[in-house]
Design a protein around this ligand. Sequence first.
Ligand SMILES: Cc1cc2nc3c(=O)[nH]c(=O)nc-3n(C[C@H](O)[C@H](O)[C@H](O)COP(=O)(O)O)c2cc1C
Length: 484
Amino acid sequence: MELSYHDFRGFVEQAKKVSDWRLIEGADWDTEIGALVESTAELVPQPPMLIFDRIKGYPRGFRAISLPYAAYKRVAVALGLPVDKSKLELVRLAARKIRSAQPIPPKVVDDSPLLENVMKGNDVDLLKFPALRFHENDGGRYFGPGGGLINADPETGYVNTGTYRMQLHDRNHLGLWMSPGQNGRQICMKYWQQGKSCPVAATYGQHPLVFMPSYTKFPYGHSEMEVSGGLIGRPLEVLKGPITGLPIPASSEIAIEGEVPPPSEEARDEGPFGEWPGYYSGGTIGTGERQPVIRVKAVYYRNDPILEDEAPLWPGAVKLDLHISAGVLWDQLESAGIQDIVGVYNHTSYLSVVAIKQRYSGHAKQAGLAALSCSAGARNGRYVVVVDEDIDPTNVKEVLWAMMTRVDPKTNIDIVDGCWSTPLDPRMPPDKRDSRDHTNSRAVFYAVRPFEWLEKFPKVSRSSRELREKTIAKYKDVIPFPKF
Ligand SMILES: Cc1cc2nc3c(=O)[nH]c(=O)nc-3n(C[C@H](O)[C@H](O)[C@H](O)COP(=O)(O)O)c2cc1C
């Protein structure tokens, strides 16, 4: 299916057609927008996309958009998939799309709306944009969640894009918190080891198919911009950064160029910042270390620029209603030879669920342990749950039911220690965090009927899906069933 849009603002217009949205004028960037976004995502099922304009102290046109992907139909639009499918069908279609997309190198273009406004050198002023201070104890305003940092391996030229939070330190400095092992950080370290600053660019208000790969864990050397081209179906158009020479996606709303000096030369306190596990973590409070900064040398932005707000919310407030990482994990599991997978879903990276049609004794264990290790599931996890094919992995109630009724805790839980984690983990003991042993343990729940006595397992008493759907359709005007 052809994409119905060309850039983030085009996506926003298409998304308005398939789901709810609200325009809110006059809200305060200092925690008010944050609290409203969080409450909306927590309390309203399939929440509206929120478009903030005339933000306190800012002129009309300098907008922030929140919750663009908090309803799965909007994610379907972003992926160019049909909007009339269930969430699980969409994950499967996303997995197929990811598998069939061949990497396409970007194409350099000379012009872009980004060049409508340019600030260079002493004129750089990032305070011109309504960056949010999102949570009450955030140490400052943040630019980055929702953006992509671009840098290139000095030896191979491989260009990485990664989404990392960027604190707005002052008019021409952004803070950077890159968790250990991140590809963008590995590239910076190669420059720092030679005593050099790492040239970087970053974009905000990105084409959705630029943003999604930038926060998805692809192996080192696998360029996200080529993935974007494959998903879009044609080369991603990029400007050659006049200062760094780095490719800058031309469809972005805002872009910067600059450099990240070795932390021994310049580093600052970073955070605190409320992170997605629901705690203040990462940055200086999480690691005890001052963090790198970007010295911003140029800013480019479209007229009436949109800052995309992707500040993390606690897991009870859903911000990404369909994570493409689930599609990537599904594809990686199939590529690893796990057969008869009928569903994969990530309820944040702490809870991955894999549904299989069991074919042999040991099948569930094979699927669970593989899910721990594929790149899309290896980092920053906590629980993997393997369920039978009658459980919808996107449905938390069904997953919990399987865990409550099909797991014998003594025999159906494996603990694996020493896995790749991050200092963001609120349960990481302080001395372990300080020692830089950023690993954690995982539990794999085999919440499946025992294969050996499958036929003897009690039959499910819940009404069949067909009967439920028929009855809901008959009584939909009497009972306020949610309409999605
Ligand atoms: C909204 C959002 C914000 C994120 N912020 C950070 C961050 O501040 N630091 C970090 O290391 N990873 C962060 N991540 C996760 C990374 O984007 C993700 O691990 C990605 O794969 C990193 O790219 P890389 O593998 O190319 O380094 C964030 C993800 C999302 C969706």
